[in-house]
Design a binder for this molecule. Structure first.
Ligand SMILES: Cc1cc2nc3c(=O)[nH]c(=O)nc-3n(C[C@H](O)[C@H](O)[C@H](O)COP(=O)(O)OP(=O)(O)OC[C@H]3O[C@@H](n4cnc5c(N)ncnc54)[C@H](O)[C@@H]3O)c2cc1C
Length: 457
C-alpha cells in the first residue's frame, strides 16, 4: 500500500446517506478524500427497525476502528432458536455468539443493531473524518459526461467521482446508459416490520421469557414465519413477519405504509404463546413491500465517472439478511480501489477494478437471498406440510450434529475452522457456503486483487 499522506485526494459525491452511503463516505474520508454526501431526506432517517451485521460486515467496521463504538449499541444474540408456531417447542437451536462461536468460526462477531443507530454511527464517524453531509438534497439527474449531480431545488454539484448509493430507486443508476431501463421487481409477498418494547415485554411471563434469553427466535407456522431478535441496545425487539399475500402495485413511495398493528395480530392469529402477547404490545407497524433488482449489466458508466453501490446496484431479497452487509463490503472495496489511484485518470480503472471484485460475489449473494426467500415462502404456501416436515427434520439433524461440535474448546474450534475452506458453489446454507459468505475479508481480497491487477491510466 502507498503512503496515505502522499496519495492524491479526489473530490467525491456520494448520493444517499443510507448504510451504504454513510459507509462509503466514512471509508473514503478516512483515506483523505473530499467527500460530500447528498441526502434527499431533511435529516438522518428515524425509520427502520433491526438489521443483522454478519461477520463479513463487522470485520470491516472493526478494521475501520469502530468496534468499541459499535459495541455500545449492538446486541449479540447467543443463539438462534427455531420454534413451532403452535406450541413454541424449540425444533433447533444453533449457536451465534455463545462462547464467541461466530467469532471463532468466521473471525468476527455477528451483531444486531437498530438501523437508525447504524446509520448514525457511520455518519458521525464520516463527519469526524471530514465528510460533509448535505440534507434535503434530492438528486434528480446525474450526468456521467460532466460528473454533475442536479438536485430537485436547482443546485448542481460536480466531482471527480459520483458514488450512487441512493437505494433501489436510484437516480444515479439512471445516469448509466445501459442501466437506464432497469425496473425494480415486486416480490409476491410482504413483511410486517416493527419493534416491541422490552420493558413492556417484561410485564407478561411469555414475552419476558423471550426477551430474557436475548436469542434470535424464528416462529415457524403455516400462515407465516415470525422473526424476532433484540436490537436498540436490548431495549427493543425487532420483528419481521413476512406474509404470503397479494401485493399492491401502487407507486413506490406508498410501498411501505404504516398500518394498524391489529392487522399484524390478525395475520398471526393461529400462532400460540408468546406470539400473540408479543404482537398485541406493538404500537407502530409498517407493511413493507419486498422489492428487488434484476441483474445489472454493469455497476458503472462507460467513463467510470458514476459507480453504483449497495441497493442501487443489487437490491436483494431480505431473507438472507445480507443487503446491508453487501453494501458495506461494496463501500470497503471501492475505498481500496480509489485509494490505490495515483492520478484522476486512473479513477476509471479503479472503478472497473471495484466492479470486478464485487459483481460476482454480489450476484451469488443475490442468488442465495432468492433461495432463502423461496424457502420462507414455501413454508407459507399450500405445500406447507411437505415443506415443513423436511425443514423440521433438517433442523433437528443440524442441532444433533452441532451438539458434538459445541463440546470443543475455543482453540479446537478455531483450528478446525481454519482448516475449512469456503466454497461459493456449495449449497445454501452448508458450512462451506457460510464460510464463504461470512468468512470473507473484503479489504484483504481487494488489496490482493489490486496487487495482481495494477491500475492503468
Ligand atoms: C428508511 C429505510 C429503512 C429501512 N429499514 C430496514 C430495516 O428495518 N431492516 C432491513 O433489513 N432493511 C431496511 N432497509 C433497507 C436496508 O437499509 C438496505 O437494504 C441496505 O442497508 C442497503 O442500503 P443502501 O444504503 O444501499 O440503500 P438504502 O438503505 O435504501 O439508502 C438509500 C439512501 O439514499 C437516499 N436517497 C434515495 N434517493 C435519493 C436521491 N435521489 N437523492 C439523494 N438521496 C437519495 C435515501 O433517502 C436513503 O437514505 C431500510 C431502508 C430505508 C431507506
Amino acid at each position: 500500500m502507498r503512503d496515505p499522506d502522499t496519495q492524491p485526494k479526489f473530490s467525491i459525491i456520494v448520493i444517499g446517506a443510507g448504510i451504504c452511503g454513510c459507509a462509503s463516505a466514512l471509508g473514503l474520508a478516512r483515506r483523505g478524500h473530499r467527500v460530500c454526501v447528498l441526502e434527499a431526506r431533511p435529516a438522518l432517517s428515524e425509520l427502520g427497525a433491526g438489521l443483522q451485521i454478519s461477520p463479513n460486515g463487522s470485520r470491516i467496521l472493526c478494521a475501520w476502528g469502530l468496534r468499541a463504538r459499535f459495541e455500545e449499541f449492538v446486541c449479540q444474540p447467543p443463539w438462534v432458536q427455531y420454534r413451532t408456531y403452535d406450541t413454541g417447542e424449540t425444533l433447533g437451536k444453533h449457536p451465534r455468539n455463545i462462547n464467541s462461536w461466530y467469532e471463532d468460526i468466521y473471525g468476527s462477531p455477528l451483531w444486531t443493531i437498530y438501523r437508525p443507530h447504524y446509520q448514525q454511527l457511520l455518519a458521525e464517524s464520516a463527519v469526524s473524518h471530514g465528510a460533509e453531509l448535505v440534507f434535503s438534497a434530492k438528486a434528480v439527474k446525474v450526468d456521467a459526461d460532466t460528473g454533475t449531480v442536479y438536485t430537485t431545488d436547482g443546485r448542481c454539484f460536480k466531482a471527480d467521482l459520483i458514488v450512487g448509493a441512493d437505494g433501489i430507486w436510484s437516480k444515479a443508476r439512471a445516469g448509466i446508459a445501459s442501466c437506464r431501463d432497469i425496473v425494480p421487481i415486486v416480490w409476491d409477498e410482504y413483511a410486517y416490520r416493527c419493534l416491541a418494547d422490552r420493558d413492556h415485554m417484561l410485564t407478561a411471563p411469555p414475552t419476558a421469557a423471550l426477551s430474557n434469553n436475548g436469542d434470535t427466535n424464528f416462529f415457524l407456522g403455516p400462515s407465516g414465519i415470525l422473526l424476532c431478535y433484540p436490537c436498540n441496545q436490548g431495549k427493543s425487539f425487532n420483528i419481521v413477519a413476512p406474509c404470503h399475500r397479494p401485493v399492491n402495485k401502487e407507486a413506490h413511495d406508498t410501498f411501505n405504509p404504516e398500518v394498524d398493528p391489529v392487522e399484524l395480530v390478525d395475520a398471526y392469529k393461529d400462532f400460540f404463546s408468546p406470539v400473540p402477547e408479543l404482537l398485541s404490545s406493538i404500537k407502530k407497524c409498517v407493511k413493507w413491500t419486498i422489492v428487488y433488482l434484476p441483474d445489472l449489466p454493469t455497476y458503472s458508466s462507460e467513463n467510470g465517472r458514476i459507480v453504483l453501490l449497495g441497493d442501487a446496484a443489487h437490491a436483494m431479497l431480505p431473507a438472507a439478511a445480507s443487503a446491508s452487509n453487501m453494501a458495506v463490503e461494496d463501500a470497503a472495496a471501492l475505498c481500496e480501489c480509489i485509494s490505490a489511484c495515483k492520478v484522476v485518470s486512473e479513477l476509471k480503472s479503479a472503478v472497473k477494478a471495484y466492479e470486478a471484485i464485487r459483481k460476482r460475489r454480489n450476484d451469488r449473494v443475490w442468488e442465495i437471498s432468492m433461495i432463502s426467500q423461496r424457502n420462507v415462502s414455501s413454508y407459507t404456501a399450500k405445500s406447507y406440510n411437505d415443506a415443513v416436515a423436511a425443514r423440521n427434520e433438517g433442523l433437528r439433524k443440524a442441532t444433533e450434529e452441532l451438539a458434538e461440535y459445541l463440546k470443543l474448546s475455543s482453540e479446537d474450534r478455531k483450528a478446525l475452522q481454519a482448516s475449512q475452506v469456503g466454497d461459493e458453489a456449495a449449497i445454501y446454507p452448508s458450512p462451506a457456503l457460510l464460510k464463504w459468505l461470512y468468512g470473507y475479508d473484503t479489504i484483504t481480497v481487494s488489496r490482493e486483487y489490486l496487487r495482481d491487477n495494477p491500475l492503468s491510466q
